[in-house]
Design a protein. Sequence first.
Length: 383
Amino acid sequence: MPALKLKPGDRPRVLKGHPWVFANEVQRLLPADADGQAVECRDARGRLLGTGIYNGKSQIVWRRFAAGRVDFDKDYLRGAIVSAARRRGDAEVARLVWSESDHVPGLIADRYGDIIVLQALTLAVDRRLADIADIFDELFHPKSILLKNDAPVRVKEGLDLTVSVAGAEVTPHWRKIGDVEFWLDLAGGQKTGFYLDQREEYRRVAARCRGQRVLDACCNQGGFALHAAAGGATEVLGIDISKEAVALARRNAEHNRWPNVTVSAGNVFDYFSRERRREWDVIILDPPSFTKTKDRLGAALRGYKELNLRALQRLAPGGVLATYACSHHVTHDVYWNLLLDAAGDAGRAVRLVEIRRQPADHPILLNVPESEYLRGFILEVVE
């Protein structure tokens, strides 16, 4: 098996258990025929650090999947996928495999009932997709397996963007997720068709919405807004800057027959500036990530603070703010301190009700900070 060797003197994160090695951390790259293959990595003294998948075209040249010397073959993949699926139980809608967190770097697998959606985000996984699809077919006997390989990150691995299907054609359809039926376009939608990482939060927040006036800022397809209505909210307003998301949220509201849900297209910052006297009992802030890179963190934090400040100003006494950030660059402590500053500037006394994180089917590895990306706080204004 080919082997990479780390440069002497450096202290890369892989020596502390992180599974990645970058191109500038190795003494020399391997020949091109090693791309997509399993290779060893050794430290500068020759000690084995594990086996990983290699791609010399990527900035991350090595991603560990095993501590020992193991082939990245169908037998290994079957074992890893079976173990990952067993940890998820029998959920009809769930993430079944999540990349490094389930020891298959670059594989995303989501289940939507009788449809499995696969994404290959690394060259090694892409080359083994036929075997991986066979394994999922053996385990779940799905009607369809959608190969949704259109994520832009594939370009960094030298891969094309494609979408294909094995089995029956995957057409848009209604699917119940939580307490709401959503119109899903798995082939054409974002990610694998739905943001599965927030589905537990929809019910969690909805439990606080009975008899309340609810604002779902950055509502996307209406996950929080529609669950708030299902939970007994008297009035629900969803806002999103995307006209496509607004149209989808309205369709979902109409299908579920909740006339008390209104969805509007617009910028939530502009809404808060315009509606200075409007009070809400519950406000949900679940914006898209304000930063994908560390160099934009300062601007992102200013945006998060301003958004939370305005929300706190618009809450009625005793009101609830459910606020989330979905970037691993925005750590728990950073977001907590941002909220402290926002509460102080708003002149509101605020009580912490709950600290929230991504669901168990998006597992966090302690030695991989990037695997923890979603954090939230449920807060109550005390008057």
